[in-house]
Ligand binder design. Structure first.
Ligand code: FDA
Length: 317
């Protein structure tokens, strides 16, 4: 059984696919200020400045050039070029060495959804970005999109790792399959970012109740922490953060053998607190004009944000 907040969340995620709603949200004056909480800006300079600020406060970064599901080859090439430009700009700042600041990619933004040769195109673009990351001394992590793309993303991961063994991937605890995927990826040199999952998924493939997702997250965490890979604990949930810390102590992990991760703008004081206590904390920092899909997923995660947003949309002035 799915609870009331789950129904709200799924409804909102489905609305995210409607072009009419997209138009309304993108044009609403209130959007800009709310979006700004989660996305520091549209330009490369905004991203570089926000990343510098993270580094100055002891946090690491992973940068996402916003965009997804593109059906236009030119747009996919533009996304690749944007990644090459941001890697070069961050490298000039001296903050990519040792993987301090890396990038996160969505294969569907790089052309993965193009008809025909899409997967090949996206893989080629990802390769070019990985080469640039290697030259800058840093890493790349593949974001995970909805469940219909999980196998393709893990297939791309395997191919990329042949040349760039440090490429990481995201696994989503809400999918039934994920505990088994964690086992397959808990090997030496394997970087796995574990999150709860942000898409609207059917009961046939995913847990629907928050409590079930949380229990799955803990099972997956145990597999990753007990394994030989490099777990990236991506959650803002204080209970899961503490469980991860306790598991790391129990499995005798050094503090540099795993890391915590949170999204830009969410629980920033907690991000700083975790970094100050000596744990590694990386912040996922998105930038660019294509903020709609990302923003709608952030609204769906937190009903209070949604109510504030809806009230602002319907009030005059
Ligand atoms: P939960 O949603 O239970 O939130 C715990 C607490 O965090 C809340 O009580 C609230 O205090 C705070 N919080 C959470 N979301 C908030 C919001 N939007 N606004 C304000 N406060 C909020 N998903 C995916 O499907 N594919 C992916 O590739 C990624 N990548 C990714 C990278 C990183 C670094 C992170 C941290 C997350 C992702 N995600 C993701 C998103 C993830 O699946 C999930 O939707 C969010 O992290 C929210 O889940 P929490 O684990 O934080 O728990």
């Amino acid at each position: 059984m799915i609870d009331a907040s789950g129904v709200l969340r799924q409804g909102l995620l489905q609305l995210a696919a409607s072009n009419r709603v997209r138009d309304l949200v993108e044009k609403a004056p209130v959007s800009r200020s709310l979006v700004h909480r989660y996305v520091p800006g549209a330009g490369l300079e905004d991203a570089v400045n926000a990343t510098r600020e993270l580094c100055d406060t002891g946090r690491m970064g992973t940068i996402d050039y916003l965009g997804e599901d593109t059906l236009d080859l030119g747009q996919a090439q533009h996304t690749r070029d944007a990644y090459l430009a941001i890697i070069s700009a961050l490298s000039e700042q001296g903050i990519t060495r040792g993987g301090k600041v890396e990038v996160s990619l969505k294969l569907s933004a790089l052309g993965g959804a193009l008809p025909g040769e899409g997967r090949k195109v996206a893989l080629e673009h990802a390769r070019e970005i990985c080469q640039a990351a290697a030259n800058a001394g840093t890493t790349v992590t593949l974001d995970m999109e909805d469940h219909t793309s999980t196998d393709a993303t893990l297939g791309a991961l395997r191919e990329l790792r042949q040349d760039f063994p440090w490429v990481g991937a995201v696994l989503q605890a809400y999918l039934y399959r994920t505990e088994s995927d964690c086992r397959a990826l808990a090997h030496e040199g394997s970087r796995v970012r574990l999150c709860k999952g942000a898409y609207s998924e059917p009961e046939s493939v995913a847990y629907q109740k928050r409590s079930e997702v949380d229990r799955s997250y803990v099972r997956c965490l145990k597999v990753l922490m007990e394994g030989d890979g490099y777990p990236m604990v991506a959650t803002h949930d204080p209970r899961l953060v503490e469980i991860a810390r306790a598991l790391a102590v129990r499995t005798r992990r050094e503090r540099d053998s795993y890391e915590f991760q949170m999204l830009y703008g969410i629980r920033p004081e907690e991000q700083r607190r975790i970094a100050e206590r000596g744990d590694q904390m990386r912040v996922y920092l998105p930038y660019g004009e294509e903020w709609y899909g990302y923003f709608m997923r952030r609204l769906a995660e937190r009903p209070a944000n949604l109510m504030f947003f809806l009230r602002s949309l319907t009030s005059k002035g």
